[in-house]
Design a protein around this ligand. Sequence first.
Ligand SMILES: [Zn+2]
Ligand SMILES: [Zn+2]
Length: 173
Amino acid sequence: MLDTRELGRRPGVQREVSLSVPAPADLGIEVLRVREGAPVEIDLRLEAVLEGVLVTGSAEAELSGECARCLEPISDAIEVRFQELFLYDDQALSEEDDEVSMLEDDLLDLEPLLRDAVVLALPFRPLCRDDCPGLCPECGARLADDPDHAHEAAIDPRWASLATLQQDPQQED
Ligand SMILES: [Zn+2]
Ligand SMILES: [Zn+2]
C-alpha cells in the first residue's frame, strides 16, 4: 500500500517514487512468471487530480518459466508500463462500478495494477527460442540437442492389432 496523503489532495501536486517490492504469489502465468519474493523494481509518478490520484509508472522483474514446446527452463526479464486513475473513496459515485480503481483512506494498492500489466505483457506460449523444434513425439528427446534424431519406422499399434486379427483362424470364415 502506498500512501498518497502527502499530495494533500491538491490537484497538480506530483511525487516521484521508486521502490523495490517482493513479488506477490502467482505474478504471471503458469508457464512464465515472476518468482514469488523476487524483487520487482517500480518507478512511479503520483499526480493528484481533482477526483483522485493518477498513477503512471513502470515495473521491471526477472521471469522464470519453461518453454511451451521442449520444457527447457527459460529465464527472461520483463518491463511493463501502466497508468491508472485511482479515485478517492469518499467521492460520491452515481453507481457502484467494479472497473474503477479506488483509494482506501488515500492509500493505494498497486498489486492489481501490476498483476494486470504483467499478465498482459507475457506471451501465451513462451519459447526457449523462436524456432524451438520441441520434443520427439516418439521418445521425448529434445530435438534442439539432436536435430538428426530418427527412429526406425515403428508399427502403429492399430495396425499391429489388425495383424493379430488376420492371424486369428476364426476370422477366416
Ligand atoms: Zn524449447
Ligand atoms: Zn525420438
